[in-house]
Design a protein around this ligand. Structure first.
Ligand SMILES: [Zn+2]
Length: 243
């Protein structure tokens, strides 16, 4: 911070004026007008033709009152022209894909019911799934597919003995009835894209990450969510006489 040439406090902050900006609201899930509550800009000294600038704003959605923080940085000529290399970071980030309806319930069930059968396994599954969602929201598709591959392997090995290599695990996973033939083919693609990101420098896009996440969340729902729901139904339904 000692290299900061000067700090420009916002005119709005100094003069008490109000200003708005249109930004994506993570709560409304739409672009909304947001009140700028705080704003600060920085310029960093440089002997080069270009200098580094950044700007931070704190906003509040005019619709739902959700606060957001946005940081932008860029390089520009010293006369203020020719901006380039712009970078932007917003918190909370925009959700590219809605989380499944069971997501929060699974988190509660996995973390709170620590005394239950297989709770450590469920807690691990939930925690790694949460990290994969963070990679999606922060535009890190390579980390996302690597995480999906690791999560798939963890789920398979926790249910069957490790067959080595992965493709044999997948076959055994199907043989033991955890997945169908169609699911096996789909999960094979999840393994392959993760493998390509790790070993072949493949850089998937967000659409591919979302597709792979869809496939794996379908598996998690089948193995962990549906099983618990079926047990709940079984507990509530009166038993037949004589059985
Ligand atoms: Zn809002």
């Amino acid at each position: 911070m000692d290299k900061i040439l000067f700090v420009m406090c916002s005119a709005f902050e100094v003069l008490g004026m109000h200003n708005k900006v249109k930004m994506h609201c993570c709560s409304c899930e739409a672009d909304t007008w947001q009140q700028i509550l705080f704003e600060k800009s920085y310029q960093y000294p440089s002997d080069e033709e270009y200098e580094h600038c950044s700007k931070s704003i704190l906003t509040e959605c005019c619709g739902c009152e959700q606060p957001h923080y946005r940081y932008r940085s860029w390089m520009q000529k010293k006369d203020g022209t020719e901006k380039n290399m712009e970078d932007e970071w917003v918190f909370p980030p925009k959700q590219l894909r809605k989380k499944p309806t069971w997501y929060r319930g699974f988190a509660f069930y996995s973390v709170v019911s620590t005394a239950g059968e297989g709770s450590t396994e469920k807690e691990y599954v939930w925690d790694l799934l949460r990290e994969i969602h963070v990679s999606l929201e922060n535009n890190c598709p390579r980390l996302g597919v690597m995480g999906l591959r690791a999560l798939l392997e963890h789920i398979m090995v926790s249910k069957i003995d490790d067959q080595m290599p992965f493709i044999k695990n997948l076959k055994e996973f199907q043989n033991q009835g955890y997945i169908s033939k169609m699911q096996k083919e789909a999960l094979g693609h999840v393994l392959e894209i993760g493998h390509a990101a790790i070993h072949r420098s493949y850089n998937p896009n967000q659409v591919e990450l979302i597709a792979a996440l869809d496939i794996l969340e379908n598996l998690i729902e089948t193995i962990y969510i549906f099983v618990e729901k079926a047990k709940q139904i079984d507990r509530n339904v009166p038993k037949r006489k004589g059985t």
